[in-house]
Design a protein around this ligand. Structure first.
Ligand code: MYA
Length: 415
């Protein structure tokens, strides 16, 4: 029976749900088969009765599906909305990004311009410093002996004045003010009328702070000084004019020379000056901060008698022979005192020759006196004698002669 069904009916049956299919199948069987019609009807009825709940569940399913579809549609709408928002934000971000990169580009250009300008200014400042350095060298290199002396004193005596400690210029500005200094130097009568030591000293105290602005003065007494050292210090210091810090107007026969651990302050940029102004450079005799450990000394200068006296207390770091001072340390002190003395007398000098006779060893920790006297000056040569004695003068420890030769600043730079 089933095999004889027409194709159209078979196709329709294939599209119907399985439950309906069985009912239809039977009704078709009844129609074509003409067999047991009543039971067929009853079956049909049963089938139709069964369809109701099925339809109900299908409707429930349908409703659920519809709800899900609605939910999905709502979700889709929400998603679409957020996509729109995202796109808007993306557009805004893109605009902001392009604005930011634009201003970054602008900033970079400004920065580059600023950098180039600063570079130019630095170059021009360097050139100014260089020009001034050259001007100093040119002045020093003049044939005038007074000019040489003057410039030597300008360099060296700056540190022996009290006034230099009051100057607080930074290195760069001080170098830039060299021009002003040069003007002062050129108008000094001493350049043309002969060497006038007092005036030169006075000139040097006007110099801007090439030197350290407020350095520690190592020549002042400290807790390590022995009673003998203090006694001698008081003796000479009481003969110094304490009223004024200006060397030119000091009336006492003695001047206590301040002493710092840094002679020249570092100046940036200048080829010539920076060659001799090294930031880490420290005076050999003043580079130990621990009081009493190495060289404790103070130099007094007597302008009228053209002599120097140095009170020296040798610390435990200066040992040579057990319990006694190293010969090199003694030589160092002799060179220092005679060198300072020669500088006062002749301006910028270097030691050319030093002859030393060690007569009696110096006990470590003891106080001795170094007396530096002028032998004679002969052209560029300054001959100095030096004697090292015990504090009471009863024992001669060392005797020396020293030769100092005057040099120009450019010689110093070329050394
Ligand atoms: C107040 C301020 C305080 C400062 C505080 C600092 C405290 C520190 C102080 C510390 C101070 C420490 C100080 C230091 O530690 S200074 C450091 C140690 N010294 C040196 O490094 C000096 C190196 N030498 C030179 O630069 C040159 O050789 C000099 C400049 C010396 C001479 O070369 P230059 O080419 O310029 O000149 P020249 O050769 O035509 O000679 C000129 C004249 O000199 C005579 N001659 C030369 N050499 C000798 C010799 N060995 N014995 C005897 N005679 C000598 C020569 O015959 C001639 O005489 P004459 O033919 O004209 O008659």
């Amino acid at each position: 029976m089933t095999a004889s069904m027409p194709h159209a009916a078979g196709a329709a049956a294939a599209e119907d749900p399985p439950i309906l299919q069985s009912g239809l199948h039977r009704s078709r069987t009844v129609t074509h088969g003409h067999a047991e019609p009543e039971s067929e009807v009853a079956t049909m009825k049963k089938t139709v009765m069964g369809i109701g709940p099925m339809l109900q569940s299908l409707n429930v399913m349908n409703e659920e599906l519809r709800k899900r579809k609605d939910n999905l549609l709502r979700d889709k709408l929400v998603l679409e909305e957020s996509i729109v928002t995202c796109n808007k934000e993306k557009d805004e971000d893109t605009t902001k990004l392009s604005e930011a990169s634009e201003s970054l580009k602008k900033l970079k250009t400004e920065h580059d311009d600023g950098k180039a300008n600063a570079q130019k200014e630095i170059e021009s400042l360097k050139q100014q410093i260089l020009d001034r350095d050259k001007a100093i060298c040119a002045l020093v290199d003049t044939t005038k002996a007074e000019a040489r002396k003057l410039c030597g004193l300008v360099i060296w005596y700056r540190i022996i004045t009290h006034k230099c400690r009051k100057t607080r210029d930074c290195s760069l500005s001080s170098v830039l003010r060299v021009e002003q200094t040069l003007r002062i130097l050129k108008t000094r009568p001493s350049l043309h009328t002969g060497f006038q030591a007092d005036k030169l000293i006075h000139t040097t105290v006007r110099l801007p702070g090439i030197f350290s602005p407020r350095p520690r003065d190592f020549s002042l007494p400290n807790s390590s000084w022995s009673p003998k050292m203090m006694e001698l210090y008081d003796h000479y210091n009481s003969q110094c004019d304490l009223e004024t810090e200006d060397i030119e107007s000091q009336k006492g026969p003695w001047i206590r020379l301040p002493s710092y651990n840094r002679i020249l302050k570092y100046a940036k940029g200048g080829v010539y000056l920076s060659k001799i102004m090294q930031s880490k450079a420290r005076l050999f005799t003043r580079n130990v901060y621990q009081v009493g450990a190495s060289f404790e000394y103070v130099i007094f200068l007597n302008k009228e008698e053209k002599k120097c006296v140095c009170l020296f207390q040798a610390g435990h770091l200066l040992e040579g022979p057990p319990g006694h001072v190293h010969g090199g340390a003694i030589a160092t002190m002799i060179d220092t005192v005679t060198g300072t003395h020669a500088t006062f007398l002749s301006g910028l000098v270097v030691t050319a020759n030093l002859n030393i006779n060690y007569r009696n060893a110096i006990p470590l920790g003891s106080t001795v006196i170094l007396e530096s006297t002028l032998d004679h000056i002969e052209g560029r040569k300054t001959h100095i004698n030096c004697k090292v004695t015990s504090a009471d003068g009863s024992k001669v420890h060392t005797e020396a002669t020293a030769l100092f030769v005057s040099i120009s600043v450019s010689h110093l730079m070329g050394m």
